[in-house]
Each structure stands twice: as structure tokens, then as C-alpha cells.
Design a protein around this ligand. Structure first.
Ligand SMILES: C[S@@+](CC[C@H](N)C(=O)[O-])C[C@H]1O[C@@H](n2cnc3c(N)ncnc32)[C@H](O)[C@@H]1O
Length: 217
């Protein structure tokens, strides 16, 4: 198996990306519908982490035509496509690593992420979820749709395999690579709670794709 850097992986596949997600990735099409339904009705400012080409924004913009979106993504080619997809929309784009980008404090009514968090360790996700929590206004929420592991056993196995591959290929732990290490539902809920969210729940699941909602208060 060839290990690819995160941005190289997506830049190489950008042209076929949307059709792949909509037609080949189980649960995605329905996930986009569900996440749009869950964005709170009074949402004005939305943070979208790993926004890619903005597939999740299509139905969200249908519901909130005047929404202001800040989208963060590591792959410039994906953001270029997003800009072409939504030329008239109020979107600020940041090309960067969401583990490093400053989101600010109490700025957003809602934060979302779609199919982007399943490459990272629980420790790094915990730090990120704390940062997301801080960026949200009181009574706002974070909604995550992601690929999940079947159970803790599978989660541990996938992390151990990834660790082994990094060692074999001499890849440092801070290099962003495209390798699937999904967490199971229990780990996800524990991380949201540890990050300071007042309430967290899994609202939907289709096979290995799940949607979680974590409320600030
Ligand atoms: C599978 S795509 C999902 C894109 C979009 N959310 C969607 O559902 O179509 C994952 C995206 O996450 C981005 N990504 C992965 N790790 C990232 C990181 N650490 N910081 C910012 N973006 C990241 C990738 O560049 C890619 O565009």
C-alpha cells in the first residue's frame, strides 16, 4: 500500500472526487441530507472543517441562502473547486491544517465536519474538539459526520497498523498522511465530553458512517 501525503492524495483525485463521494461512498449522500437538517435554524455563522469542495454546503445553502461560512481545508485544489461551486456565496476560505489554524473565540453558531476526522489520533482530536468548543457561541453546536470503526477492537487494530506503517516508512507522527484510523462511537462520545461539550449524542448511522452532535450548553 502506498502512503500518500494528505494534500497530494486529494489534489490528485479532485476531478473525480465529488462523483466518488456521492455515488461510491456508502452513507455519504444521505449524510449530506441529514447534516443540513441538523444545522440550527438560527445559524448565521458556520465553521466547516475539512470543507473540501463543499459538497456538504449545497443543501445547507438551500436552507440558509445568506449564511456566512468559514471553510478550512489543507488542500488548495479542493478549495479552488469549492470557490467555483459557490461563486456568489459569502464564504471565507483558509488553506491550512485545522489542528494549527486559529478559529477564534465564541464566533460561530455551528461548526461542522464531514468525512475528514477519521485520519487522526484521539489525542489530536481531543485538542481540536477543545478548540472547536471555544470557537462556538453559548448554546451553539458541533456536528460531525464521519467514518467510524465497528468497535474498540477494530479501532485499536487500525491505529496499531497505522503506527506500524509510519514506523516502517519512517514517517514522523506530525506529517499529515491519508490513512484511515476511524474511532468507534464510544470513543467519539468520550472525546466530545472530555473536550467540554455539555451533551453529545450519535443521531444517525448508516453502516460505517455516523453523525454526532455535541452541544456547548
Ligand atoms: C474526504 S474529504 C471531505 C471533504 C468534504 N467535507 C466533503 O464531504 O466532500 C476530506 C477533506 O479533509 C481535508 N483535510 C484532511 N486533514 C485536514 C487537516 N488536518 N486540516 C484541514 N483539512 C484537512 C482534506 O484536504 C480533504 O479535502
Amino acid at each position: 500500500m502506498t502512503i500518500e501525503k494528505m494534500d497530494d492524495f486529494f489534489a490528485k483525485r479532485v476531478d473525480a472526487y465529488e462523483s466518488h463521494m456521492l455515488n461510491r461512498v456508502e452513507g455519504c449522500r444521505e449524510g449530506y441530507e441529514k447534516i443540513a437538517e441538523l444545522v440550527p435554524s438560527d445559524c448565521k455563522n458556520l465553521l466547516d472543517l475539512g470543507c473540501g469542495t463543499g459538497l456538504e454546503l449545497k443543501l445547507i445553502f438551500e436552507k440558509f441562502p445568506n449564511l456566512h461560512v468559514v471553510g478550512v481545508d489543507y488542500t488548495q485544489a479542493m478549495l479552488n473547486k469549492l470557490r467555483k461551486n459557490y461563486p456568489q456565496k459569502n464564504i471565507d476560505l483558509i488553506c491550512g491544517d485545522y489542528f494549527k489554524v486559529d478559529f477564534g473565540k465564541e464566533k460561530y453558531d455551528c461548526a461542522i465536519s464531514f468525512q475528514t476526522m477519521h485520519h487522526f489520533s484521539s489525542e489530536s482530536k481531543l485538542a481540536l474538539y477543545k478548540k472547536i468548543h471555544e470557537s462556538l457561541k453559548p448554546s451553539a453546536c458541533y456536528i460531525e459526520c464521519d467514518y467510524i470503526a465497528e468497535d474498540l477492537k477494530e479501532e485499536k487494530f487500525l491505529f496499531a497498523e497505522a503506527e506500524k506503517m509510519r514506523k516502517e516508512e519512517n514517517i514522523s507522527s506530525d506529517m499529515l498522511i491519508h490513512l484511515d484510523t476511524p474511532c468507534c462511537v464510544e470513543t467519539q462520545l468520550r472525546l466530545f465530553s472530555a473536550a467540554g461539550f455539555a451533551m453529545q449524542e450519535k443521531l444517525w448511522q448508516s453502516w460505517h458512517t455516523a453523525i454526532f452532535k455535541a452541544d456547548v450548553l
